[in-house]
Design a protein around this ligand. Sequence first.
Ligand code: B12
Length: 274
Amino acid sequence: MTPRNKDDAVRRREPAVPGEPSLTESGPLVRPYGDRTGDGMMQMSFTLPLPHDKRAEGAALQLARKMGLDPAILVHAKAMGPHFTFFVVYGSVTHLVDLRDVAVVRRAYPLLSHKDVSSAVRRRLRRRMVVVGACIGTDAHTVGIDAILNIKGFSGEKGLESYPELRVVNLGAQVLVPDLVERARREKADAVLVSQVVTQREAHIHNTKAMTAAFREAYPAGKVPLLVVGGPRFEDGTETELGVDRIFGRGTTPDEVASYLVHAICPLPEEASR
Ligand code: B12
């Protein structure tokens, strides 16, 4: 809902009137919260390619208003060298979010315990599952992949190395795609786990596509290991475009990944026949 006029923008900060979606009770329609529930207050930051002066500040406010902040207040402006200015703008947003239109990708497999993962691999694969992990391209952000693979894990969940039935080969940072393919072949990898954190100039997309293309070229059809990619800025639902089997995003825990590996590589017979 966009306010029809300035009065509406002001009234939004008042309690809801009859017939209007409630601003204070949780319902399908929500807006950000700043000083008072439902006041729509939010803060955003951005950089404009302009030297810091009054014109640049006016441009920042114009942008904020065009993005639906009304009124918009410039709370911070700082020159970033001679040609750029960084801004922080605070204001009341004129948009509502309808929770009924939010699509959530639900996990299509059960979350297994440590013991259940190990016993599934032992009983159904009948050997250790081989997982090769790496951070590819020029990306040196290894904290994410280490959080999933290293024994110490993430968010209270131990990493894949702690599962006795998984053999984990962590290649670390800045691994070249040909080296990853070669190592995956040598190790007879069941799954290849790749991390991409840097997204400048869509590096994560280009690197992932190059990686999946290289695997498909190097392996016979149907023999490509399970290809999994993770990082904070992949878009849900883009697996097909990237050529991967599964994407994991921000906040992923190792048990989610271990459960997925079982689901994808050695599913229960009834799961496999679905
Ligand atoms: C730590 C850090 C660094 C460290 C990295 C140390 C290391 N060994 O990893 C150092 C100082 C080296 C560094 C360098 C750089 N960094 Co840096 N860095 C960060 C920082 C602060 C934290 C990243 C992090 O560790 N997150 C914690 C982990 C646990 O989260 P995660 O990576 O998202 O991983 C989780 C999920 O995404 C998922 N996941 C991730 N990978 C995978 C893989 C699989 C298979 C699965 C299943 C799941 C999964 O699971 C993880 C656990 O939940 C971020 C800012 C931020 N707050 O995020 C910037 C950030 C990532 N860095 C950034 C930049 C620009 C750089 C540099 C280019 C800076 C420079 N000019 O030199 C260099 C690039 C170096 C390089 N060649 O890659 C930018 C990236 C911007 C962009 N859009 O691309 C960020 C966002 C900072 C910013 N706001 O500008 N950085």
